[in-house]
Design a protein around this ligand. Structure first.
Ligand SMILES: Cc1ncc(COP(=O)(O)O)c(C=O)c1O
Length: 353
């Protein structure tokens, strides 16, 4: 604590991102994509005219929003872009969830939501997952006075995804406030709620280039929703930073969107490797929650999560272990290449052997 910090900063509990190690390890701890971005990304970087860097970027990111709109089959006026979906989520908290009533959220979900809630003074009403480790949509829908609803679909760190039908059932019941569906992992097998934005003006869907587009280092995220929601986000953005997306990031993002074949191939590899990994973990005695994301959450009846985490670390493999009572026994394992997952299984065989 410093005497120079304002009281609000003293009260913060910042998010702690997964480790980014300097030494060479097999990195299965932050849900990055093991495959490179589309070849067009390298070309766009090589051909980028350095002189462009003299100028401020387009504050509206028009070209990138148009490319995203085409990919997602919506209007560009329904698209907002930001510096990673974390920033878009932060803007959404400010724009939509500060109504002085609780925000309905699953008790186990992306751990940045409580951090934003704390930053913006939003009270959370946390709903336990159901017996199958699924987001309890009925509980989210049942509250009356609220500031909004937020959940990830697929959820993190469980990987479970609800169907479009279930999400639409929620939207039919929650009409007064924003329902934010965080689709950071949707491309690995879930159905996107973007298909519903035309019908539900209070639905905001966020997405990212960090996972299925292999661009976590670039920082590009987006939101799709009705024009009134996009205007709300723009009001916050333009009161904070007019240029959250730099001109290089725009060009690279567009290059990634322009290669649907690469995108399809990479996500299919990840899905196939995920299913293969699940079977092999189960053969070792793990319980693996069904996942539609690029990670699995797994626990072993005979070994503690911390013990397995430490054993893997000693063998140069990083996974994510959460120090909370509900998840203490689990490991969240990002899906890497087949070779990386073979090394993981070999290491677990040695530890559990
Ligand atoms: C559920 C969820 N939402 C959003 C994000 C943020 O992604 P980014 O800021 O890289 O777009 C993550 C990152 O891990 C995530 O797990």
């Amino acid at each position: 604590m410093s005497q120079y910090w304002s009281p609000a900063v003293r009260r913060l509990t910042p998010y702690v991102p997964g480790e980014q190690p300097r030494e060479r390890v097999i990195k299965l701890n932050t849900n990055e994509n093991p495959y490179p971005p589309a070849p067009g990304v390298g070309k766009a970087l090589r051909e980028y005219a350095t002189d462009h860097l003299r100028l401020y970027p387009d504050p509206s990111s028009t070209a990138l929003r148009e490319a995203l709109a085409k990919t997602l089959q919506v209007e560009s006026s329904q698209v907002f872009v930001g510096n990673g979906s974390d920033e878009v989520l932060a803007f959404a908290f400010q724009a939509f969830f500060c109504h002085g009533a609780p925000l309905d959220v699953p008790a186990i979900t992306y751990s940045f939501y409580p951090v934003y809630a704390n930053l913006y003074g939003v009270e959370l009403r946390k709903h336990p997952l159901n017996a199958h480790w699924e987001v309890d949509i009925e509980a989210l829908a049942a509250s009356t006075e609220r500031s909004g609803v937020i959940f990830a679909n697929p959820n993190a760190p469980t990987g479970h995804a609800h169907s479009l039908e279930t999400i639409e059932a929620l939207l039919k019941r929650v009409t007064d406030r924003v329902v934010l569906v965080d689709e950071a992992y949707v491309d690995f097998g879930a159905e996107s709620a973007v298909a519903l934005v035309d019908r539900y003006p209070n639905l905001l869907v966020t997405g990212t280039f960090s996972k299925s587009r292999s661009l976590a280092g670039l920082r590009l995220g987006y939101a799709v929703g009705s024009e009134e929601l996009i205007d709300g986000l723009l009001r916050v953005k333009d009161s904070f930073n007019s240029y959250p997306v730099d001109s290089l990031a725009s060009v690279v993002g567009i290059a990634a969107l322009n290669d649907p074949e690469h995108f399809e191939a990479c996500r299919e590899y990840v899905i196939t490797t995920r299913e293969r990994t699940r079977q092999r973990l189960e053969a070792l005695g793990f319980e693996v929650l069904p996942s539609k994301a690029n990670f699995v959450l797994a626990q072993h009846p005979n070994y503690e999560g911390a013990q397995l985490f430490a054993g893997l670390r000693e063998r140069g493999i990083l996974v994510r272990h959460f120090n909370t009572s509900a998840l203490n026994n689990f490991l969240r394992i990002t899906i890497g290449t087949d070779d990386e997952m073979d090394s993981l299984i070999e290491a677990l065989e040695a530890i559990c052997g």
